[in-house]
Design a protein around this ligand. Structure first.
Ligand code: BGC
Length: 457
């Protein structure tokens, strides 16, 4: 199937991408904001270590549930309405957590915020992938990852700004601003043309495509989607069990699990300690160093945006994961051989920077990108929802096992264990990751029906 119809794109596409990426920004903000806020919450409510852990991880539980519910809801109500729903949830939870009179209220508010994160985390990339042309899909879906990290940086900076006054309520409350913008702006945008087609709203889909493409006739693109849809079996959860969906499901699950068990969130969470270890002592400076690190990630996301549609997904994924392994090996060594005192700080920070940079152009954006590309339209909601749930559950599992791992294996051993999972990830991706660069979503769907291996795409 040639991708001829998808040649040009109009400015509205960029607006749609920018607005949908606000979902990513809120995902980053709401996950990042707790790192600074928790210090003052613990103090105000005199939390035990156990309660502190619950307050921090409540959001992950909510995210897993939100991702689980989002699949069926998006099939039914569309991508646009779900993004609006996520925006409403973000607004509500920002206000509710800012006003929390008790810790129980706060935990409930953080779970609700997690529901929004779970929904936005996969519907924003899905919406972008379905509305943009194949040629630029890698770059434009990766904008969402850039937005996630921007949200994390902004959260760190807001935390820093309010830390002197211990203003944790403001830290949460400010999240309402982008959330309201998301709701209002998304309201005015069209739904995904592919979802409209699946709902037999072809005239509406045509209208949307005419607004976002410069080509004179969009009927060819519509015909491709319809034709591809007719060749697909069941939709929804039942559809996940068909033979042709097995391989993309395995690939998506691998991406979801490996993105987390290579330790990204513990390394990021742990970065202030690594900085301390490297001689950066003051809490304020450590927060700024954390923001600096995420700024480095930001630069490598930009590199990914530039390269994904040029060199492709596979090379970036394989080089990125290999780099993460190297970063983790160095980080482990810095902790193991502390007697290398004079340059240990440089070594630790070097390992950390290599690790996060490689994540930032590889597994970070590519997980969200590939899962929005590899599933047939009819099962896309259910499949993306399922692998996103697995991503959030793995995230939670890594978070709750980290401290015990450090107790048993030490810091060095823990980072080296993550390095070993990185090696397993590399082998898995080398054998199974498909190259989706430049292919229309319908061409990718057609590939799975041939029964050929993923790598043959
Ligand atoms: C991951 C998150 C992580 C974030 C860091 C995302 O791709 O899914 O778990 O916190 O990247 O920027």
């Amino acid at each position: 199937m040639p991708d001829k119809p998808e040649t040009g794109l109009r400015g509205l596409v960029y607006v749609a991408v920018g607005v949908a990426a606000l979902g990513g920004l809120l995902f980053g903000y709401d996950t990042g904001v707790i790192s600074g806020a928790i210090l003052f919450i613990t103090k105000q409510f005199s939390l035990s270590a156990r309660m502190e852990e619950i307050v921090v991880s409540a959001v992950l539980v909510g995210a897993a549930v939100g991702a689980a519910l989002g699949g069926a809801l998006t099939d039914r109500f569309g991508r646009r309405k779900l993004i609006i729903l996520a925006g409403i949830i973000f607004t509500f939870s920002a206000v509710a957590t800012a006003l929390a009179p008790s810790v129980t209220w706060l935990i409930a508010g953080r779970i609700v915020s997690g529901l929004g994160i779970g929904v936005a985390s996969f519907i924003s990339p899905m919406y972008i992938a379905e509305i943009v042309p194949a040629k630029v899909r890698g770059a434009l879906v990766a904008v969402n990852m850039l937005a996630i990290t921007t949200g994390i940086v902004v959260a760190y900076l807001v935390d820093y700004a309010f830390s002197a006054t211990e203003g944790w309520r403001y830290m949460f409350g400010l999240g309402a601003i982008p959330a309201v913008v998301l709701v209002v702006a998304m309201w005015r945008l069209p739904d995904s043309p592919r979802w409209l087609i699946i709902k037999s709203m072809v005239p509406q889909a045509k209208q949307v495509l005419e607004r976002v493409r410069t080509v004179p006739d969009v009927s060819r693109e519509i015909a491709d989607v319809q034709q591809s849809m007719q060749q697909q079996g069941n939709g929804g959860i039942a559809g996940l069990f068909q033979h042709s969906v097995r391989m993309p499901l395995i690939v998506g699950l691998g991406l979801a699990i490996f993105q987390q068990i290579t330790g990204i969130n513990t390394v990021m969470y742990y970065s202030p300690t690594i900085f301390k270890f490297a001689g950066i002592q003051a809490a304020g400076t450590a927060i700024l160093a954390g923001a600096g690190l995420t700024a480095v990630m930001w630069c490598f996301h930009v590199l990914a945006i530039f390269l994904l549609d040029r060199v492709g997904r596979r090379p970036l994924l394989l080089v990125g994961v290999a780099g993460q392994v190297v970063g983790l090996a160095i980080l482990g060594a810095a902790f193991k051989f502390q007697q290398l005192a004079s340059y240990k700080s440089g070594v630790a920070i070097g390992g950390l920077v290599i690790y996060v940079s490689c994540f930032a152009f590889g597994l970070g954006p590519i997980f969200w990108l590939m899962i929005s590309e590899i599933y047939p339209l009819k099962v896309r909601g259910a499949a993306m929802s399922a692998v996103t749930v697995v991503n959030w559950v793995t995230n939670l599992a890594v978070a709750v096992t980290f401290l015990s791992l450090v107790k048993v294996l030490g810091h060095a051993g823990t980072f080296w264990l993550y390095a070993v999972t990185g090696v397993a990830a590399w082998i898995f991706f080398y054998r199974l990751a498909p190259e989706t660069k430049g292919k229309t979503l319908e061409q990718i769907e057609a590939h799975w029906r041939t029964g050929k291996p993923a790598r043959a795409l």
